[in-house]
Design a binder for this molecule. Structure first.
Ligand code: SF4
Ligand code: SF4
Length: 339
C-alpha cells in the first residue's frame, strides 16, 4: 500500500472530522512537538524528532483519578471515570513507538492494570514513519532498535524516493485504520528511500553494562560522582524521556472535598525519595542520576522484556549542563571490561 504526504493530511482531516484525537508532530512556540492537532494543516513532518515524546497522550502530566468528600463519620472516595478518547498518533518516530511497550510493562507490572494508562493505550493506534535522517544525539542502534523498527507500530510508513510512503499495516488496529480510510491508502509499490541508522555508540555494550550494574559494590564507584556531579536535578531529562514513568499521587482541594491527582514525578528531584522523617536514601544528586541510569540499563532488563531506553537522544538534547547518557554507557562498558 502507498500513501502520499497529502494523503496523510487527508487522513488527519478525516480522523479529526470523526472526533478522533490526532497526536502528531507539529509546531508550538517555534518548537517541533507532538501535540493534539487542531487542524490537519498543523501536521509538520519535516522535523527529525519532536522535543517531547508522545507519552503524555497515554500517561498525562496530570490527571484526576478520584474525587473525595468527607462528612461526619465517613469518607467517600469515587474513582474518576475511565472513558478515554480514541487517539491516533500520526507520524511517530520508531523509537517513540517502541517506548509504548516500556510504559505498558510498568503499568501492568505483576498483573496490575492501571486503567488510566491501559484504557488510553487500548484506544490508541500508532502510525510510525521510518527515519531517513538522524542527528548527533540519536542512538537507537545501540539499544537494539533501528530507524525502521516496527515495534509498537500499528502501521509503519517507509519513505519512498518520490516523497510518499510505503505503508504496512502490522496489527488489527492498523488494518482497521487502513480499511476505514476511504481509499486514502492506494495499492502499489515504489522504491524506498534509504533509512539512516545512527552510528552505534562506540565501545558501548548494553549486556556488559547490565553485568557491571548487577554488582551492588559498583553503586559506590567514584564514576557516578565524577560523571554526574554537575547534574542540577532539574528533571528535564525525565519529562522528555518516552520511557520515564514515575508519578506521585496527591490530594488537592478543600477540607471536606477534593480530588486525588496522578502527577508526573522525577527521580532526579531531591525530594523524590525523601522520607517523612527527613532521611533521604539518595541524598546526593549523583546518586539520583545513578538511579536513572540503573532504571534504564538494569531494572528494566531484569524485570521486564521491554527496553528502559529506546535511544531517542532527548535527554542529551535537553540537558543544559551537557550530561550525555551515551558517555556513561561507554564509561560503564569500559569498567566492565576492566573489572
Ligand atoms: S541530567 Fe541534565 S536534564 Fe537531567 S536532571 Fe540533571 S541537569 Fe537536568
Ligand atoms: S534515557 Fe534518554 S535516550 Fe533513552 S529513551 Fe530516555 S530520553 Fe531517550
Amino acid at each position: 500500500m502507498l500513501i502520499s504526504k497529502e494523503g496523510l493530511k487527508k487522513l488527519a482531516e478525516k480522523l479529526l472530522g470523526e472526533g478522533v484525537q490526532v497526536a502528531a508532530p507539529t509546531e508550538r512556540a517555534n518548537q517541533p512537538v507532538y501535540a493534539a492537532l487542531r487542524s490537519a494543516d498543523e501536521l509538520a513532518l519535516e522535523h527529525q524528532i519532536p522535543r517531547n515524546s508522545f507519552k503524555e497522550f497515554l500517561f498525562p502530566q496530570t490527571e484526576v483519578v478520584a474525587r473525595f468528600t468527607i462528612s461526619k463519620g465517613s469518607v467517600n472516595l469515587a474513582s474518576a471515570g475511565a472513558e478515554f478518547p480514541e487517539t491516533v498518533v500520526l507520524g511517530a518516530r520508531p523509537c517513540d513507538a517502541a517506548s509504548v511497550a516500556s510504559l505498558r510493562s510498568v503499568f501492568t507490572w505483576k498483573g496490575e492494570d492501571d486503567r488510566f494508562f491501559t484504557g488510553r493505550e487500548d484506544k490508541a493506534a500508532v502510525v510510525t514513519i521510518a527515519c531517513t535522517k538522524g542527528d548527533g544525539a540519536c542512538f537507537c542502534t545501540s539499544v537494539g532498535l533501528a530507524p525502521d523498527s516496527p515495534q509498537g507500530s500499528d502501521i509503519l510508513l517507509r519513505p519512498t524516493v518520490s516523497g510518499g510512503f510505503r505503508a504496512e499495516a502490522l496489527t488489527e488496529r492498523g488494518k482497521a485504520l487502513v480499511a476505514g480510510a476511504d481509499g486514502i491508502f492506494t495499492e502499489g509499490d515504489e522504491e524506498l528511500a534509504p533509512v539512516a541508522p545512527p552510528p552505534a555508540v562506540e565501545s558501548a555494550d548494553v549486556e556488559k553494562i547490565l553485568g557491571w550494574l548487577s554488582d551492588t559494590e559498583n553503586y559506590k564507584d567514584a564514576l557516578w560522582a565524577a560523571h554526574a556531579g554537575k547534574c542540577v536535578g532539574c528533571g528535564a531529562c525525565t519529562y522528555v524521556c518516552p520511557t520515564c514513568h514515575c508519578f506521585d499521587i496527591v490530594d488537592e482541594g478543600r477540607a471536606f472535598e477534593g480530588e486525588r491527582r496522578k502527577n508526573w514525578d522525577a527521580c532526579q528531584f531531591d525530594h523524590f525519595t525523601a522520607h517523612a522523617g527527613g532521611h533521604n536514601p539518595r541524598e546526593k544528586q549523583s546518586q539520583r542520576w545513578r538511579n536513572r541510569f540503573m532504571c534504564k540499563f538494569h531494572y528494566y532488563p531484569t524485570k521486564f522484556d521491554s527496553r528502559g531506553c529506546v535511544g531517542c537522544g532527548r535527554c542529551i538534547r535537553v540537558c543544559y549542563v551537557g550530561l550525555d547518557i551515551t558517555e556513561m554507557m561507554q564509561k560503564v562498558t569500559a569498567k566492565s571490561v576492566g573489572s
